[in-house]
Design a binder for this molecule. Structure first.
Ligand SMILES: *Cc1c(COP(=O)(O)O)cnc(C)c1O
Length: 345
């Protein structure tokens, strides 16, 4: 059986790392999509005990669920989806703060002061800087002005400085508001990107801010799986469906009791690896319920456990093998794996 352990002490450690890296800016955890699939309730409760008082989610329903989990009182929950028509009552009932992202939303919103999302070049959600200027002229006063970077993981990308310049224009329109630009990666672009509030998600959960492993962050999602069987293959023999794998030499495969139904993205069969008895065991096949790894050079027996994600089988490496990002690798982890949260407070 696949076990997924969610290490809340590692989460607390990563939150501390991000607080130090944010150098005085408030760290507001992003716990959308059920905390990147790891359990928004448990993550947020632990982050609250570590001092977090402002959380970001994507959907109103996520905000409503989180409101029930957090201690009553002082935590603010911001909803990145904003406040489409007809949502205001639900937002008020759960005391959610919308991140308003269109002019009509900003004009319709009354109280309490909300956040305003300004698009500075990502072309996703948000009002333009010009629209923000018109809103400011009309007396609109947000509590927080925010924007999001499209290439923060790449410090050499000129788009970052362009977005920063546009964000500075936007925030100057609202001198009384707090400002927020940086997600995990933006925090590591330099102090000028940090402003008053940072919004990390993936690095809280162990992903490197530059999409490569970063030594300061600990793995929060630890997945492991038993060796069910060991097979000897002759040179030229195939394994798995179709032409997924062919042995180039005589070799030994360990068959693990996890598969893409547990969330290991199938495409990672080229380049992915498990950590088994102190060594890397490269993936050969990834099927729905079973993963075959090359253990030709590793002493292994049935019942040994292989790490598929954790301190040795690194999330960022799996993301590269999967042709994806760490965020997707986490949200894909499915409900089939038995879950335990370690370190609940
Ligand atoms: C998802 C998201 C974040 C968090 O991004 P990470 O890369 O996970 O740190 C921050 N801000 C916005 C607007 C987001 O959509």
């Amino acid at each position: 059986m696949t076990l997924l352990t969610i290490d809340l002490d590692a989460l607390a450690h990563n939150y501390g790392v991000l607080r130090r890296a944010s150098e005085g800016a408030e760290v507001a955890p992003v716990v959308k999509a059920d905390g990147y699939g790891l359990g928004a309730a448990q993550l947020s409760r632990r982050l609250y005990t570590e001092g977090a008082r402002r959380f970001f989610v994507a959907r109103v329903s996520e905000g409503e669920a989180l409101r029930r989990e957090l201690p009553q009182g002082d935590a603010e929950i911001l909803v990145l989806d904003g406040c489409p028509e007809g949502r205001a009552q639900r937002m008020a009932n759960a005391r959610l703060t919308p991140v308003l992202s269109a002019v009509d939303q900003a004009l319709a919103w009354r109280d309490p002061p909300a956040a305003l999302h300004v698009d500075t070049g990502m072309n996703r959600l948000g009002v333009t800087v010009e629209e923000a200027a018109a809103l400011a002229k009309g007396g609109f006063r947000p509590a927080l002005v925010m924007s999001h970077l499209g290439s923060g993981e790449d410090p050499d990308n000129p788009r970052n400085a362009e977005q920063l310049a546009r964000f500075r224009e936007a925030r100057a329109l609202f001198p009384d508001a707090q400002a927020s630009l940086a997600a995990s990666s933006g925090i590591y672009l330099g102090s000028e990107y940090r402003f008053d509030v940072t919004r990390p998600g993936i690095s809280l959960y162990g992903g490197g801010p530059r999409e490569v492993p970063h030594p300061d962050f600990r793995a929060v999602a630890i997945m492991d799986s038993p060796v069910l069987q060991i097979r000897e293959l002759r040179a030229g023999e195939r394994a798995g469906y179709g032409s997924m794998f062919q042995a180039m030499r005589p070799m030994r495969l360990a068959i693990l009791g996890s598969g893409y139904a547990d969330g290991v993205i199938r495409r990672s069969h080229k380049g992915g690896y498990a950590w088994l008895n102190g060594a890397r065991a490269p993936f050969a096949i990834v099927t729905m319920d079973l993963i075959g790894v090359d253990v030709s050079d590793i002493a292994v027996k049935v019942g040994d456990r292989a790490e598929l994600l954790g301190p040795n089988a690194l999330l960022d490496d799996l993301a590269v093998a999967a042709g994806s990002v760490a965020h997707e690798c986490l949200v894909r982890l499915s409900g089939r794996a038995a879950r335990t949260h370690l370190g609940e407070r």
